[in-house]
Ligand binder design. Structure first.
Ligand code: GLC
Ligand code: CA
Length: 559
């Protein structure tokens, strides 16, 4: 595999709105990110992905952009952004912006002009279609509920929005639109950012002409996924985008790609693929149902393990995945992948170890490094996220009680990850002295960075060690390029794998349960590289692990 500058890096996702507020208006900002750069550098992070900070009405928290060339005043100014890029550079850190180009905001001037004259030049920037007998042009359901078609005033025309109606889809079939997008990408790369996380990108290719699909819910609509399965040729757009933009800058790009077809993988992340990498969402989508959150199945430790290993296998010899346990669209990883009632410092560290040492690029989502958990929301009024509110409604429509529908909403809500970062025991967890835009997790007095910095056994200190080990001179080549071989898969609630490099064989092993267990180790361990417990014991060739103990061992090599 050809070596790339980003291969051995560790990445961190910042959700600026909830990271750090410096002007006390209750909204996190770019100055807050600048203020915390040293903290992130010290943690060992190299690449920072910023969720969108462009001008936006924030209908979908910035994933609805009204001006790609300016910073939303709530987040700061372009001077702040330039300063952030420069300050990151000084520290050998890299900035990724969020590239949201499947759609823009209905407040973008392109869309405003399109609405003034749907037949004109800007009408062709979007998908505008005539209705059929007073009904929308097709029966697709938006990701956020309801039809993907919104009627334009009193006319018989509709515009397409796969997401919220304030997020009209851009027409990628129109070369003028593609050109506009590429110029914008290059403009940002010229500024000195290192690349992009690429939002919802699979959606840019539609199956045309639009038509109906077999309904999958009682609303008579069908999920957008049905159309995407049918759409051919997304790769052609992506190749063009890469050639016109990223390639010239050797940019790092990571695609948000769901449900790709296996034969497409080389086109996405192979040596000449359209992106540098893409996220692994196997674990995230496990147990999900096309009916909605209310029908989802929880994921158990063995499912989690199997998902991780399937993903590793799928990309073997092809490319690099980006590994996560959470992001701004998901509940907290520790609340999801650790069975109920078993979430503790030990199990949080175990989960961290197991995903972090997989092959690929580890991403940490803000607050993950201190083990932030799901939020004890008090009522649905605490929740802001449009997707959660839709899923709550869907559950109620199924006749599920308010109490249960609320519990479901809490379990999966994107707001679990979107509440403010817990910096300290001060008011509002030290996020703001004003009134925070979204509630602060009331647990912050017990769980915050300030406390964990002082405690050598904290989750935070463990993440530091984990990152340091992965990046250490001696072992990094094995962690980055070493082969991954699953082992002990016949055992329940054990997740273990070898990383075999040219210099070492390393075993990463976690006892994913509260009971202790013994495992026969054919090889001798030369060295314990990391351990989330005080000691690690061996008995006659058996490794004895306590409940939720995880260790990283260098094995003796018989040459
Ligand atoms: C992506 C984003 C999500 C957003 C959606 C629409 O999935 O991560 O937050 O709602 O795209 O842009
Ligand atoms: Ca602010």
């Amino acid at each position: 595999m050809k070596k790339q500058w980003w291969h051995g890096k560790v990445a961190y996702q910042i959700y600026p709105k909830s990271f750090k507020d410096t002007n006390q208006d209750g909204v996190g900002d770019l100055r807050g990110v600048i203020e915390k750069l040293d903290y992130l550098k010290n943690l060992g992070v190299d690449i920072l992905w910023l969720s969108p900070i462009y001008c936006s009405p924030l209908a979908d928290q910035g994933y609805d952009i009204s001006d790609y060339y300016n910073i939303d005043p709530r987040f700061g100014t372009m001077e702040d952004m330039d300063e952030l890029i420069a300050e990151a550079k000084k520290r050998d850190m890299y900035i990724l912006m969020d590239l949201v180009v499947n759609h823009c905001s209905d407040e973008h001037q392109w869309f405003q002009k399109a609405m003034e004259d749907p037949e004109g030049e800007f009408g062709k920037y979007f998908y505008i279609e005539k209705g059929r007998n007073g009904k929308p042009p097709s029966n697709l359901r938006s990701y956020f509920g309801g039809s993907v078609w919104e009627r334009i005033g009193e006319t018989d025309q509709y515009y397409l929005h796969l997401f919220h109606k304030k997020q009209p889809d851009l027409n990628w079939e129109n070369p003028v639109v593609r050109k506009e997008i590429y110029s914008m990408i290059n403009w940002w790369l010229e500024k000195g950012i290192a690349g992009f996380r690429i939002d919802a990108i699979i959606n840019i290719k539609k199956a045309l002409p639009f038509h109906d699909y077999e309904p999958d819910r009682e609303d008579g609509l069908a999920s957008c996924g049905k159309m995407l399965e049918e759409a051919k040729g997304v790769i052609d757009f992506l190749k063009e985008m890469k050639e016109e933009t990223f390639q010239k800058y050797n940019a790092f790009t990571v695609g948000e790609v769901f449900n790709e077809k296996p034969e497409e993988l080389p086109d996405f992340i192979g040596e000449d693929g359209c992106f540098s990498s893409m996220f692994d969402f196997r674990e995230t989508i496990f147990g999900s149902s096309e009916k909605g959150w209310y029908d989802s199945q929880p994921i158990m430790p063995d499912d989690y393990r199997n998902c991780c290993f399937e993903s590793q296998k799928r990309v073997e010899g092809i490319g690099f995945l980006c590994n996560i346990i959470e992001n701004h669209d998901e509940p907290r990883g520790v609340s999801r992948y650790i069975p109920k009632g078993e979430c503790s410092d030990a199990s949080k560290k175990l989960l961290a170890t197991l995903y972090f040492m997989l092959k690929g690029l580890p991403f940490i989502y803000q607050g993950q490094e201190i083990g932030m958990e799901n939020v004890p929301f008090r009522s649905i009024a605490d929740i802001d996220d449009i997707s959660t509110l839709d899923e709550y409604k869907v559950a109620l429509e199924q006749g599920i009680s308010e109490k249960e529908a609320f519990e479901i909403a809490c379990r999966y809500s994107r707001d679990n990850a979107r509440v403010p970062f817990q910096w300290s025991s001060d008011k509002n967890a030290g996020f703001t002295q004003g009134s925070p835009w979204l509630m602060v997790n009331p647990e912050y007095e017990k769980l915050n960075l300030e406390l964990q910095k002082e405690d050598p056994d904290s989750v935070f200190q463990y993440y530091k060690k984990l990152i340091a080990l992965r990046k250490s001179e001696v072992y990094k080549d094995t962690f980055v390029y070493g082969a991954l071989e699953p082992v002990y898969t016949e055992f329940e609630r054990v997740m273990a794998y070898y990383r075999k490099g040219k210099d070492q064989d390393i075993l990463v092993i976690g006892n994913f349960q509260t009971e202790s267990r013994r495992i026969e180790l054919p090889e001798k361990a030369a060295k314990v590289l990391l351990n989330n417990d005080d000691t690690v014991s061996w008995e006659d060739g058996y490794l004895c692990l306590n409940g939720y103990q995880a260790v990283v061992l260098e094995l003796e090599r018989s040459r």
